[in-house]
Design a protein around this ligand. Structure first.
Ligand SMILES: *[C@@H]1O[C@H](CO)[C@@H](O)[C@H](O)[C@H]1NC(C)=O
Length: 265
């Protein structure tokens, strides 16, 4: 038997056994954009990691944003499925989420940042929240009771991201970067929260070179001719606004180093 017909007959058998439920992957809902309308949409929520923190994905996840248990994220994070994570272009975007039932639900919105991808969606929209954020959707003192529920119906809507006053967009030159391969993580982006294009400019040249989205919130420039700092970075947010961080990466830049900017959307 060919492997395809084998797979098919296993699928048919499984469909017979389960009555067809749960066989088809859940199709994703349409991408969530920056329309910021006020309608709440339905989703499913689960949680992962430690009850009190962001859990084992503290160190990066599919967006590459580390230490999400620390300020400014403070564990208010979630993995989003395809229409929320958007191949990493949704990294850093913000959502209000709330639950109305079962009983421990407070029906009061909390705001989370998308910092990871949900690979096993159980609904067209599925947020896998940090244990901490999930618990905060409960009535006071009922966070553990709500976490015990494990999976629930959620309501959500896209909102503009707000960081504590004074928080600026921050760049991390990733480990392994060199003058022929420069990879930069972009974080702490207000408003849309997510970035759809990054361009780089050497101080010695007026030309802006487009960077490529490497993965998650990491943007990469590579080329045969070594690139020379200082560099400016031009960011385009999801709704098309542009900002330039002038000379934000110095001539003597180093890999695995944070470079804060003085810009914010
Ligand atoms: C949804 O977003 C992804 C990632 O940005 C993109 O590749 C895809 O084309 C979008 N789908 C639609 C229907 O716009």
């Amino acid at each position: 038997m060919g492997s395809l017909s084998y797979v098919l007959s296993v699928a048919v058998l499984a469909a017979l056994v389960t009555g067809g439920a749960c066989i088809a992957k859940v199709p994703p809902g349409p991408n969530i954009t920056t329309k910021y309308d006020t309608r709440w949409l339905p989703a499913k929520a689960t949680w992962y990691g430690k009850a009190t923190g962001a859990g084992p994905k503290d160190n990066g996840g599919a967006c590459g944003i580390k230490d999400v248990n620390l300020p400014p994220y403070l564990g208010m994070t979630a993995c989003g499925n395809i229409p929320i994570f958007k191949d990493g272009k949704g990294c850093g975007s913000c959502y209000e989420v709330k639950c109305q039932k079962p009983v421990p639900c407070a029906d009061k919105p909390i705001t989370i940042f998308v910092t990871d991808k949900n690979y096993e969606p159980i609904a067209p929209y599925h947020f896998d929240l940090s244990g901490h954020a999930f618990g905060l959707m409960a009535l006071p003192g009922k966070d553990q009771a709500l976490r015990s529920v494990g999976e629930l119906e959620l309501q959500f809507r896209r909102v503009r991201c707000k960081y504590p006053p004074g928080t600026k967009i921050t760049f991390h030159v990733e480990k392994g970067s060199n003058p022929n391969y420069l990879a930069i993580l972009v974080k702490f982006v207000s408003d849309d929260g997510d970035i759809v294009q990054v361009d780089i400019q050497e101080k010695q040249s007026p030309a802006w070179k487009p960077m490529t989205q490497s993965w998650g919130a990491v943007w990469r420039w590579d080329g045969a001719i070594p690139i020379k700092g200082p560099f400016s970075l031009r960011l385009t947010s999801e709704s098309g606004k542009k900002l330039v961080a002038q000379d934000v990466i110095p001539a003597a830049w180093k890999a695995d180093t944070v470079y804060p900017s003085n810009i914010q959307f």
